[in-house]
Design a protein around this ligand. Structure first.
Ligand code: PEP
Length: 257
């Protein structure tokens, strides 16, 4: 943890629904989450839903304390890009957040660090808060190159846009080996990488680093959330599977209080 500056960072819990959901199921889930979180005010909360359900999220969550967002966007503003969704379209549905560079997009759709950086810029240009995902694979961890991998992913944005861009962004450290596997990084393992990320940003700008919200993602559950969120550089979570069950997601939100 950096010392010398005292910034109380507000915790943030974001659900990543991935490609799950149907109108009827979402109705119950969104209702359960918004009601369960209504009385909580010690942190910020959001859900990132599939594109077709943004209108549903907007109509069910507006006026409450759960924000909503998307899981990807095009780096381009508009044009002949069949199947893509532009940042301005997300703004039309009052999105606050957009997940950028999730490991499933990096791995399955071959998104490079360069593409991720372009998407990051497109999000910010439209006033969306990008949630930039970074993290190493199991073989990278076993080869002891976790820090090098995370540094390269982070630098793709830092070198292009400077530390100031991170004052309007969220970072999510998500070890790929922990996503959807049930294997969570230990609080100490996660804390070590979070501290590394903060220190790397601090080399550019200590104030931005101190205020930077760094989420942990990877098999967070109600049972392990409080311990993870209790670490000094873990500012909340990006939650996949457990965000699909209202009571589990609400319990994780409560752990961030
Ligand atoms: C994710 O999808 O970003 C994620 C962390 O998934 P899970 O919580 O299911 O591991």
């Amino acid at each position: 943890m950096l010392t010398g500056l005292v910034t109380m960072r507000r915790k943030l819990v974001v659900g990543n629904w991935k490609m799950y959901g149907r109108l009827v199921k979402n109705q119950a889930l969104l209702q359960g989450v918004s009601e369960g979180v209504r009385q909580l005010n010690g942190a910020d909360y959001a859900v990132c839903v599939p594109y077709p359900y943004l209108a549903q999220a907007q109509s069910m969550l507006q006026g409450g304390n759960v924000a909503w967002g998307a899981q990807n966007l095009s780096p381009f503003e508009e044009g002949a890009y069949t199947g893509e969704v532009a940042s301005g379209m997300l703004v039309d549905f009052a999105c606050s957040y957009v997940i950028i560079g999730h490991s499933e997009r990096r791995g399955l759709y071959h998104e490079s660090n360069e593409t991720v950086a372009q998407k990051f810029a497109a999000a910010q240009k439209s006033g969306l808060t990008p949630i930039l995902c970074v993290g190493e694979t199991l073989s990278e961890r076993e080869s002891a190159v976790t820090e090098a991998v995370v540094a390269t992913q982070l630098d793709a944005v830092l070198d292009h846009f400077g530390a100031a861009a991170l004052s309007r962004a969220v970072i999510a450290y998500e070890p790929v080996w922990a996503i959807g596997t049930g294997k969570t990084a230990s609080p100490e393992q996660a804390q070590a990488v979070h501290a590394f990320i903060r220190q790397r940003v601090a080399k550019h700008d200590a104030k931005v680093a101190e205020g930077l919200c760094i989420l942990y993602g990877g098999s967070v559950k109600a049972a392990n959330a409080a311990e993870l969120f209790g670490m000094p550089d873990i500012d909340g979570g990006l939650i996949g599977g457990a965000s699909l069950v209202a009571e589990d997601f609400v319990a994780i939100c409560r752990a961030a209080q």
